[in-house]
Design a protein around this ligand. Sequence first.
Ligand SMILES: Cc1ncc(COP(=O)(O)O)c(C=O)c1O
Length: 361
Amino acid sequence: MHTKLFIPGPVDVRKDVLNKMANPQIGHRGKEASELQERIEEKLKVVFKTKNHVLISTSSGSGLMEGAIRSFTKKRAAVFSCGAFGDKFYKICTANGVPADVCKIEMGKGFSPQEVIDFLNKGDYDLLTLQHNETSTGVTNPIGEIIASVKEWHPEIIIVVDAVSSLGGMDIPADDWGIDVLITSSQKCIGLPAGISFASISERAIEKARGIENRGLYFDYVTLYDFNLEKHQYPSTPTLPHMFALDYQLDRILEEGLENRYARHRALADMVREFAEKYFKLFVEDEKLRSDTVTCIANTRNIDIGELNKKLTERGYIISNGYKALKDITFRISHMADYTEEDVRGLLDAMIEVLGLEVDD
Ligand SMILES: Cc1ncc(COP(=O)(O)O)c(C=O)c1O
């Protein structure tokens, strides 16, 4: 039996999308490959709401996160962390010998513009990183407001936003908000298997990168950018199966319409939040910060999440335990990509049944 993945990535991929991966291979230096990549780039620009170039990387999003740290930090990075993926950016900095400081807040909370500015005021930073959607806690940071403040007080800082678990499911207008580098992966709201990721990049960021040494090679944004500009090609051999599927899936996404897609994600999130509030408690207290793509639920009934998942799997579903320190005290349900209300209803009904929860008439 197929198990529907309600873990926060990878998510289920539609059969018609998967089938596109089986297209016959093409040469990666030919006209057909350039045309494929150019089509993908143009559609990604619409999804990213940007006029800037959108690069692809034949890696999951972590590769582009690492590339961004190396390509754009000349002085020191300010890393804002409200959970596991913020911490990851800091680990990337230390692993690459890039000078950085981390500003950490309690899990379940999000950053305010003032907190960000206060931290930036204390150092000499030329890059900042922040999660739009922190998957470990289900927090969506108010990125638009934060960036507006950064632009006012520290306009020279390059802004790198990790939207791995939200782009395509929530509205993140890269240009309107002034994001320099906006990164996402394929296996979440875009609805493809993992293995390809994307980043939009501003001109001022790329010009700055040209003056930075030791940017690495494989994830060097300048190399990716220049190859892209010259021929709409990829510096090494790209993952063509992902590109075939992406070309098709982006058509589907644009056919659905971005605003409709966001509304569907919000409606699914509302269903899960209603369930959580009725039977448990939402981990994120501030409702303005609750993610529309992944819900983190406080395990107030102290259920055995492993046992729950065993029984759910027998019914064709799987959810996720909490992340690391939150492993047993929370659990997470994702509502990303192509799920319908019927899919989510099916999962929630299965949970009600397995946990023996009371249903109102
Ligand atoms: C918010 C966030 N950032 C970064 C990553 C890492 O992305 P990837 O697994 O595509 O390398 C993830 C993965 O779950 C994530 O949720």
